[in-house]
Design a protein around this ligand. Sequence first.
Ligand code: SAH
Length: 391
Amino acid sequence: MAKEKRTSGKKFNCSVKNKCGGCQLQHLSYEEQLIEKQKQVESLLKKFCKVETIIGMENPYHYRNKVHAVFDIDKRKNIISGVYEAGSHRVVPVENCLLEDQRADAIINSIRGLLRSFKIRTFDEDTGYGLFRHVLIRTGFKSGEIMVVLVLASPIFPSKNNFIKALRKLHPEITTIELNVNNRKTSMVLGEKEQVLYGKGFIEDALCGKVFRISPKSFYQINPVQTEVLYNKAIELADLSGKEIILDAYCGIGTIGLIASDHVKKVIGVELNRDAVRDAINNAKRNKVSNAEFYNKDAGEFMLELEAKKQPIDVVFMDPPRAGSDERFLSALCSLKPKKVVYISCNPVTLERDLSYLVKRGYKAEKAVPVDMFPGTNHVETVVLMSRVDN
Ligand code: SAH
């Protein structure tokens, strides 16, 4: 049945498709998108190992649990919100995105209306005048919790309390609201300063039977349905016995390590983002996991320390950002000699580069499994199992 749905040839039919640039593959049906991604991963990785068939989604729409909108005014002075046109400061208005959680889009549409009635000016990137810059929304897929972050150019928010009251009245499903101040000329959405205006300041969501706390600045996978598929696959590939010491490198809020914690002796996690590590430590407590430790460090530096201590590690789960890992990390990994490495990657190009390094230094790729975390776009996630040759 699911197959029929996908092969129906239906394209991603979006009204701003030529301007937004978010869905690079929308000229293709979902089935064709999967074939494209399979080809891309195979062309880069088949020299190392077998590439299994990509795991796609049953329903490839409205999966994004993190939604960002930038605010501006158009030529007729109407308030608009959406995304930047590629390579410019021009805002392309987006009202209904095919990828985003529809609850988030509805809230953003209401915020545009509230800005009009409260006469709040949007921020102008070029002149630096105005107040209201962005909205960031994160939704809990299983918990239903919703966080709204209002990003303003100044901490002075006239009629703040009435604005929040009106927003909550329109959307009682919102569970927390934060004010974030970003007064710099930057492409980063969030600034340093933040203040909780309503609720607890974070949301929780469930993933693979554990509950995770997610703060505004912490990384969290954006496709919750496929994240479970990805993590289960990564843990299945590691084939854990219960006796292992594992490293969860680039661990974010500790998801992979904590989900694996029931199947191993000990989890060591490392992550650069301070807020994410704080979430990871809280998440261990929240889930009553007592065999996990998390460190706030650069993963490469941390790996060198483990190497110096000759810390035994049986399995490394590594999930670096798009830029991939670095030589410090990989060379220390090779001298620590874990039996298995499970590499989770959102960029097959840097994955290929890093695997090339590892296969020259004692590792063999056993299997690669692409998982479609980003339907509509040309991004693809891949998990690769590597094993030590001289085991
Ligand atoms: N494994 C997590 C996070 C993956 S995203 C999950 O599945 O949710 C990659 C993470 O690497 C981000 O949290 C980012 O903050 C972190 N990161 C980026 N550079 C890093 C570095 N040099 N050392 C450690 N962590 C890093």
